[in-house]
Ligand binder design. Structure first.
Ligand SMILES: Cc1cc2nc3c(=O)[nH]c(=O)nc-3n(C[C@H](O)[C@H](O)[C@H](O)COP(=O)(O)OP(=O)(O)OC[C@H]3O[C@@H](n4cnc5c(N)ncnc54)[C@H](O)[C@@H]3O)c2cc1C
Length: 425
């Protein structure tokens, strides 16, 4: 049966994308990529631009995973604090990684321009504090960005923020004009269109069931196989059993979004005057933004047990009204969720298995921009320039404790502690 996207505001508002064929029979490519999310498609584009023959195998539809469902907030940096990366690999390499995260934002814009991808991009992002300790944390972060990385952001007082955001919940903002937000499914499908135009072959409904490693890796599906020189694993939290040493180093965590009915241009503008995306810095954070057709897209409510939360729409409504009590009369038209691939230290986990199998995972809920960079860095390595991938590969990654049976309950317990801390201090 042909796979379908999960229903969401994004699937309802993106133009239809032609179904790509399923793999049938044996094929040959220079590079075979598992997964048609941003990571896989970005890798494909870079390699096809360089003349490589590329095949992408997607179990469902293009953008079916996190890339087509996300909050769409494209932000500098990675899933963990930069200070954590510095502690893991030292100041010099950490600085390089930070600079490359800015390149990731440039790359995103460049691809949209080059391939005429219309994905409703809007500039501007604010990290917002709820508690006094978070004000200090964000102000320290701002100083650090400026002094260590030469990256200028703005600190807004509560009153300055209130001029742009109609909520009394927050005590200020760290505002970055260079970050922004987009329609993630339109963007991912735009990348797929670009890849197809470069001669990349994308097979949908083609789940990889096995990767045979060796001098010439083989990716197998139920009805075919691809022999290649290089294999790339870009299956994120959705892939299991293809490379067990990678599975144990990430944990799928559910996160959820609701799209309200259209608020109309005037009411939407009154809510977020400058149209920026917003995220608080709680452990179980709220994040929100306006869509191009004036809806509020409100995300949050992480599920560390991977079970869908009961009464999701009700929970999302309560969370939204805590931020915007003036939206009592506003309903969610769609509520959906997806998995993010968190690593134990929340740092990116990108690298190589043996000499010819590459992977990128561990985006830890911070992948809209970084996935594009991951594709570029992996493509560079396949082309023989692995300097940048080698820096990422220095980051140590431990498996989640507890093995397959106990890691979920242990993580649930750990997260409960962080949520309690957010609630109390
Ligand atoms: C609800 C939600 C909100 C988010 N919000 C944000 C945000 O606001 N900002 C941000 O920066 N990040 C956000 N993220 C994270 C971000 O979306 C991801 O980090 C990013 O999209 C990951 O892209 P990817 O290409 O690596 O993986 P995916 O987009 O998940 O793609 C992986 C693909 O691999 C396919 N696949 C898996 N197994 C196989 C197999 N065996 N064979 C073939 N194909 C396979 C899947 O079907 C899937 O399509 C969010 C994620 C979610 C779920």
């Amino acid at each position: 049966m042909t796979a379908q996207h999960i229903p969401s505001y994004y699937t309802a508002s993106a133009p239809p994308f032609p179904v790509q064929p399923a793999l049938a029979g044996d094929e040959r490519a220079d590079v075979c990529i598992l997964g048609a999310g941003i990571t896989g498609l970005s890798t494909a584009i870079e390699l096809a631009e360089a003349g490589y023959k590329v095949i992408v195998l997607e179990a469902q539809r293009i953008g079916w995973g996190a890339s087509g469902r996300s909050g769409g907030q494209a932000i500098f940096g990675y899933g963990c604090d930069q200070a954590k990366i510095t502690a893991l690999i030292g100041q010099d390499d950490s600085k390089k990684l930070f600079d490359w995260s800015l390149e990731a934002l440039d790359l995103l814009r460049e691809r949209c321009r080059k391939y005429s991808i219309d994905c409703d991009w809007r500039d501007g992002h604010a990290h917002v504090p709820i508690k006094p300790r978070q004000v200090l944390e964000l102000q320290q972060w701002q100083r650090d960005l400026e002094e260590t990385h030469g990256y200028a952001t703005q600190w807004w007082s509560r009153e300055q923020l209130r001029e742009q955001l109609a909520s009394d919940r927050y005590l200020g903002a760290l505002f970055d004009r260079n970050s922004g937000h987009l329609h993630p499914l339109k963007y991912t499908q735009g990348l797929a269109r670009a890849a197809l135009s470069l001669g990349v072959r994308i097979f949908e409904n083609s789940k990889v069931t096995a990767l045979v490693r060796g001098d010439k890796p083989v990716m197998r599906t139920e009805n075919g196989s691809v022999n290649c020189d290089f294999a790339v694993l870009a299956g994120n939290a959705y892939v299991r059993g293809i490379a067990p040493e990678l599975d144990s180093r990430i944990m799928p965590v559910g996160t959820y979004i609701g799209a309200t009915e259209s608020l109309g241009a005037e009411r939407a503008q009154a809510l977020i005057g400058n149209g920026m995306a917003v995220a608080d810095i709680n452990w179980a954070l709220d994040y929100f933004r306006l869509s191009a057709d004036h809806r509020l897209l409100f995300g949050g409510r992480a599920s560390y047990s991977t079970l869908p939360p009961p009464d999701l729409a009700g929970t999302m409504r309560r969370r939204m009204r805590r931020v915007f009590p003036q939206l009592q009369d506003v309903k969610f038209e769609q509520v959906w969720g997806g998995y993010v691939d968190i690593s134990l230290n929340r740092a990116p986990h990108w690298g190589r298995l043996g000499s010819n199998v590459y992977f990128a995972q561990g985006f830890s809920g911070h992948g809209i921009a970084a996935t594009g960079l991951a594709g570029r860095v992996i493509a560079e390595a396949i082309r023989g320039q692995s300097e940048r991938l080698d820096v990422f590969a220095k980051i140590p990654h431990l498996p989640f404790p507890g093995g397959r049976t106990f890691r979920t309950p242990m993580l649930v317990a750990a997260m409960a502690w962080y949520k309690l801390r957010d609630a109390m201090f």
